[in-house]
Design a protein around this ligand. Structure first.
Ligand code: ATP
Ligand code: MG
Length: 338
């Protein structure tokens, strides 16, 4: 098993990143390394330049996300932890894959539509080709499994399409260049929604701080955000089907279930019939307790820039070694003279 997954240094780590992706990284890391497999977890700094960004902040943001990932339990002795910019093979393979990706495939990607919004003509070309870089990120390491939130499912399908077409066009069936990766999407926390809008996903790049819980929010801030979270006036139902058509209520109950590692039905068995006046403080308390050790480790680690840089350098070394053979095979399959 080869696990590869990434996260952008575009802001603070939030509950969606944690429940949808990073908590799974930690579980997989234990399982996979025990069985002799490998995990590669990267900070997607090359992806971060696809949106307007402040160049003076990027290195700091990259270190900070690395610290957060480690605070969540990723162990840099077990997994390779690095940032893309220190492994040039990511950008190189993307260019090679640009020859295989089709415009028609790219035009169907919903993240580009969401992130470019009304200003499609003003969006960067990088935002459009972002999924091809993402394909390169995982194909480079022969990833077998990619733990992501549900929002990345479409991009992973694209990575499979690209790998398949490349193998078809430029390699033999017995000796393919790329492995087709499978997505691993956590069932209970696939998509955590914004606290302000139950139909939009919780996102680092949402301009409203009130829309998300950051892993390092202090307890008062968490309580305030949960209390102000949008809801409806009805009490909680006692069965899951009563949450249909109530996206905000469903989101809060799902968050509770995911953090407590219970089913939505179990949470409703406990809180059904109660109003949000009772449920919200219970949810805030659960979050504060669960996230406290993470935010303590994070605040400690982020002071130690040297240690973070050493971890990233070590991880990048491992990643460059692992990526080299696949990159060389891709050049060669395309007939490029080197
Ligand atoms: P940005 O808004 O800059 O794209 P993001 O919040 O979407 O930031 P990413 O760095 O793009 O975060 O994604 C990191 C990981 O977190 C991915 O695996 C993604 O699927 C997952 N993820 C992001 N948002 C959510 C969410 N709301 N619910 C579940 N998983 C999520
Ligand atoms: Mg994203």
């Amino acid at each position: 098993m080869r696990i590869v997954s990434g996260i952008q240094p575009t802001g603070n780590l939030h509950l969606g990143n944690y429940l949808g992706a990073i908590r799974n990284w930690v579980r997989l890391q234990e399982q996979v390394t025990a069985e002799g497999g490998e995990c590669f977890f990267f900070i997607a700094d090359l992806h971060a330049i696809s949106m307007p960004h402040d160049a003076s902040q990027l290195a700091g943001a990259t270190r900070e996300i690395a610290a957060a990932v480690i605070a969540c339990g990723v162990d840099a002795n077990k997994s390779a932890v690095f940032n893309q910019a220190q492994v040039p093979a990511h950008a190189e393979l993307q260019w090679l894959l640009n020859g295989t990706a089709r415009m028609g495939w790219m035009n169907r990607m919903t993240q580009f539509k969401d992130k470019s919004g009304k200003n499609r003509e003003g969006a960067s070309v990088a935002l459009f080709t972002y999924p091809v870089l993402q394909a390169a990120d995982v194909l480079l390491y022969q990833a077998t499994h990619v733990p992501v939130g549900e929002d990345q499912k479409q991009h992973l399908e694209l990575a499979r399409d690209i790998a398949q077409k490349f193998n078809n066009d430029f390699a033999s069936e017995e000796d393919p260049v790329f492995t087709l990766p499978d997505p691993m999407i956590p069932p209970e926390a696939a998509r955590i929604m914004s606290l302000r809008d139950g139909t939009a996903k919780m996102s680092k790049s949402d301009p409203s701080e009130m829309s998300r819980i950051n892993l390092n929010d202090d307890p008062d801030t968490m309580l305030k955000k949960i209390k102000k979270a949008k809801t409806d006036p009805e009490p909680l139902p006692s069965e899951a089907k009563g949450l249909e058509g109530r996206p905000e209520a469903l989101n809060l109950v799902s968050i509770y279930a995911s953090v407590a590692e219970k089913s939505v039905a179990d949470v409703l068995a406990e809180f059904g019939g109660e109003g949000f006046g009772k449920f919200k403080p219970a949810l805030a308390e659960l979050l504060v307790e669960h996230l406290r050790p993470i935010s303590e480790r994070f605040n400690e680690l982020k002071k130690d820039e040297e240690q973070i840089d050493a971890i990233l350098a070590r991880g990048a070394f491992r990643a460059r070694e692992a990526a080299a053979p696949t990159l060389a095979n891709a050049y060669s399959a395309l007939g490029l003279l080197r």
